[in-house]
Ligand binder design. Structure first.
Ligand SMILES: *[C@@H]1O[C@H](CO)[C@@H](O)[C@H](O)[C@H]1NC(C)=O
Ligand SMILES: *[C@@H]1O[C@H](CO)[C@@H](O)[C@H](O)[C@H]1NC(C)=O
Ligand SMILES: *[C@@H]1O[C@H](CO)[C@@H](O)[C@H](O)[C@H]1NC(C)=O
Length: 267
């Protein structure tokens, strides 16, 4: 039942995203004529799908910088909304978020995880090796000046900030005009919950379903902002759901625990 709801919620997201990609293809040509190419690639996906490996591969190109996963529930989310009534008994912790999804109000004008990712990606580039290696410590506050509730704009600002710090010595490999970044977009950024709880407390499934219905609005807002921005391209990165669940299980569950394949029957 939980899985039916979950797959329904994610299924809608993926269908919408397929529609976005179609639209993108339709107006790729005019966008290219007016404002140039896309400079930000967003991998629309979820944990355990293999996006880290994919990012590592693209990052071997000297001018595609993989900023990775700039939000996480233990750090900062892009947006959260007020808890649905179904969750009252669950005593959930509110995650800190930049925006309140219900009204688009800026709550936090900083994201420490994002700052770390920005510095890491520049520090680990192939062209930043040897005796002159620079350990970046970029002040990312400029990202938040007059930032509105628009994730695409935030990502483009990140691209501009990262690319402005590619040193002159690397400009033959990565001219300013060619510099691009890659980022992941996961449901957790908008407080969606796609984790399967193997020992759910009473009411957990109803709470999770209600939470995901709310998260869909913010998720769609984010995908829509990507669609509207010619500097942003999206790639839907999907993995067989059973393999994805197993990957997360393998990574996060203690040794000796048995993987419950039946939990996937609903899919
Ligand atoms: C809710 O969570 C808080 C913090 O974890 C805890 O102190 C409190 O006892 C919990 N309340 C209930 C009713 O479980
Ligand atoms: C931010 O908004 C204020 C008030 O509208 C404006 O004066 C200022 O120029 C803006 N700053 C930037 C960097 O856009
Ligand atoms: C930069 O992009 C242009 C246009 O796509 C391409 O012709 C050129 O080879 C690129 N330069 C580098 C160093 O990759």
């Amino acid at each position: 039942m939980l899985l039916q709801v979950l797959s329904l919620v994610l299924g809608v997201a993926l269908q919408d995203n397929a529609a976005l990609q179609t639209n993108e293809a339709l107006h790729a040509q005019p966008a290219a004529e007016t404002s140039g190419r896309a400079e930000v690639l967003v991998l629309v996906s979820d944990h355990g799908s293999g996006t880290t490996n994919f990012g590592d591969i693209l990052n071997t190109h000297p001018c595609i910088l993989d900023v990775g996963e700039p939000f996480g529930s233990g750090y900062m989310l892009w947006t959260t909304y007020s808890q649905p009534a179904e969750c009252a008994a669950q005593n959930l912790t509110d995650h800190p978020a930049m925006f309140d999804a219900d009204n688009g109000k800026l709550e936090h004008a900083d994201n420490p995880k994002m700052t770390r990712e920005i510095n890491d990606v520049l520090t680990r580039q192939e062209w930043n090796k040897g005796a002159d290696k620079v350990y970046y410590n970029i002040d990312s506050r400029s990202l938040y000046v007059n930032l509105t509730y628009n994730l695409a704009e935030y990502f483009v600002r990140i691209r501009d900030l990262v690319c402005a710090h590619v040193p002159a010595s690397a400009r033959d490999l990565c001219p300013a005009a060619n510099c691009s970044i890659m980022l992941k977009m996961f449901p957790v950024y908008v407080d969606g919950d796609t984790v399967i709880d193997h020992t759910p407390s009473p009411g957990h499934a109803a709470c999770q379903a209600a939470q995901n219905v709310k998260a869909m609005k913010a998720w769609k807002d984010a995908l829509h902002s990507f669609e509207m921005d010619p500097k942003v391209a999206t790639l839907n990165f999907e993995r067989n759901e059973l393999d994805r669940q197993f990957s997360n299980f393998h990574r996060f569950t203690s040794i000796g625990t048995e993987f419950d394949c039946n939990c996937i029957d609903g899919l």
